[in-house]
Write a protein of this length. Structure first.
Length: 372
């Protein structure tokens, strides 16, 4: 019986091989050997004097023909037990990596017959007791990365709530938010290099592309409404989080039930109701278009309008902005086909000067929709 274990680190001299979990344009990349009818992740043994990460790069290039890619170590793993390449069955150690492949040469300089890009994981594995566990480990670690950067966004909103006060201007709020995101682990901002989109008063009804966004020098009043939309990034991992904040009598009102302005209270309550309806309605089989129509009907039925300048309600979380798909009409992709997606309805009462936004990232754990 084979046993697979995972380690944070281990003595470099013990690392004998590298395996690379790979994706390209959202699809898994697997190899088919010329002498087998099964599929495997690219990988192979370390050559004498070779740096282990160079092993991973070389094997990826040889077995997939990748010529443009980003690669990073994930963790160390070991296999104990006899395999086709381990006759003694002693514990062998390898480096597990992840690669995002941008370009293929079309040439395979190895024993591989072809590569296959798959939406789903294969059923006929070359190493069925090993590589599915490596995929599972990668996905667990990747989710931790996404959770960490999303937590940074959530903590930034809580931080700024404790600082916002009348007399502050939006430029100052943006600066404080972006500095906090960087302090909490972000290394950049994925949406047009803006970490915090900040609006106040009647600006909260504005829906604008990040490319055209300019932070105003508007000053927060004693009774005011502020929307902050955060776009932190760490490596190629995105966070995406937005909240509308209410200031009354000079202080941020944390409890929606305590908001005195009835319109503001109903707007934030509707934001909560929309996310509750998403969790009730959406399944892995729901298409982005079906979600678009259902939620827009729900918005109208409850006396609100969708303010988004594109009419959509969110998008997939990806590694490159151009790869996003949206909650919009015509998009027949299923929610379960993407790893993560945002739900960010931007709503208002008809003819109101104030808008409301609440944004979370969601994913499916088995068949249950979860907030990241």
């Amino acid at each position: 019986m084979l046993e697979v274990k995972f380690y944070d680190t281990i003595d470099d001299v013990l690392l004998k091989f590298a395996v690379i979990i790979s994706q390209s344009n959202g699809k898994w990349v697997f190899c088919k050997h010329k002498e087998r009818d099964t599929y495997e992740a690219p990988g192979g043994h370390r050559e004498v004097g070779e740096d282990i990460l160079e092993t991973a790069k070389r094997e990826l290039q040889e077995e997939t023909g990748a010529i443009g890619f980003d690669i990073k170590p994930i963790c160390v793993y070991s296999v104990t037990g006899k395999t086709r390449v381990n006759e003694t069955g002693e514990e062998n150690f390898g480096l597990l990596c992840y690669a995002e492949i941008r370009e293929f040469s079309g040439q395979l300089d190895s024993e591989m017959e072809k590569i296959v890009l798959m939406d789903e994981l294969p059923q006929n594995w070359t190493y069925p007791l090993i590589q599915p566990k490596l995929i599972e480990k990668y996905m667990q670690i990747e989710r931790q990365y996404y959770s960490q950067i999303q937590l940074a966004a959530k903590q930034t909103i809580e931080y700024i709530k404790n600082i916002i006060k009348p007399g502050m201007n939006l430029l100052e709020i943006r600066k404080l938010c972006e500095e906090k995101l960087l302090e909490l682990g972000a290394d950049s901002f994925w949406y047009w290099d803006v970490g915090a989109f900040v609006f106040a008063g009647d600006e909260t009804c504005v829906s604008v592309s990040g490319k055209q966004y300019v932070t105003s020098d508007r000053v927060i009043g004693n009774n005011d409404i502020i929307t902050i939309d955060l776009s932190p990034q760490a490596g190629n991992i995105w966070g995406d989080y937005a909240r509308t904040i209410i200031v009354e009598n000079g202080k941020v009102v944390e409890d929606i039930g305590l908001i005195e302005n009835p319109e503001w209270k109903r707007g934030l309550q509707m934001g909560q109701n929309l996310h509750a309806e998403l969790l009730r309605f959406a399944t892995k089989e729901t298409t982005f278009e079906e979600l678009y129509y259902h939620m827009n009907e729900f918005i109208v039925e409850n006396g609100f309008v969708n303010l988004d300048f594109m009419g959509n309600l969110g998008h997939s979380i990806v590694k490159t902005k151009g790869d996003r798909v949206y909650i919009e009409k015509g998009n027949m992709k299923k929610l379960g086909d993407v790893k993560y997606f945002t739900f960010e309805p931007h709503i208002a009462f008809p003819d109101s000067r104030h808008g409301y936004k609440k944004e979370n990232i969601y994913y499916f754990d088995e068949d249950e929709l979860m907030e990241l």
